[in-house]
Design a binder for this molecule. Sequence first.
Ligand code: COA
Length: 177
Amino acid sequence: MGKVGEVAVGEVGESVIEIRPAREDEYLAVGELVESAFRSLLGSDLSENYANELRDVAIRARSTDVFVALLGERIVGSVTYVGDPSSPFAEELEAGEVGVRMLAVDPAVQGSGVGRAMMEFCKLRAQADRARAIFLFSTPAMVAAHRLYRSMGFSEPSERTLTVGNGLCLLPFRLEL
Ligand SMILES: CC(C)(COP(=O)(O)OP(=O)(O)OC[C@H]1O[C@@H](n2cnc3c(N)ncnc32)[C@H](O)[C@@H]1OP(=O)(O)O)[C@@H](O)C(=O)NCCC(=O)NCCS
């Protein structure tokens, strides 16, 4: 990553990747991309409530930072960075932690390094914010994401595992900075 802050430029393979805040006129397309990434993994297990939440970029952009990743002009990924613990999108954050949510890469370009680039960007941003750690939840089906988090050094503090209303288990991942 070239630059820390609101915008970063780096490389994935032979391509240049840019990561920057999502613009308002992109919210619709970003929401659809995030939904399609989760739907391609979860299929009919993706509840309508959660699909609506994934699509609604405008709501989360009020209290979080929604970033997009671009290869050339094309938006290929998005991630939501939760630096404000009072945000309704802050899930079980402890003192000094920031959250990362709704990490998603267009299924057509998955496996080419975009997800890792966005997570490295979040790590740089969290360090710049002087956070102690990044904390996030994942679900058991998200095995690609788990490999990514483990390879970055995230630990899995099992005592913070949560079971939500529909019996879904939320697996905790934490990266000490
Ligand atoms: C998780 C996700 C964002 C990863 O994005 P990506 O661009 O495909 O990931 P990358 O190409 O940067 O790969 C990063 C690492 O993820 C893991 N990974 C990626 N694709 C994988 C696959 N198909 N199977 C297993 N592990 C995989 C690998 O560890 C990989 O590192 P490596 O290439 O050095 O082995 C993407 O798969 C996605 O959008 N999934 C659906 C939504 C989701 O699960 N979000 C996570 C919410 S907690």
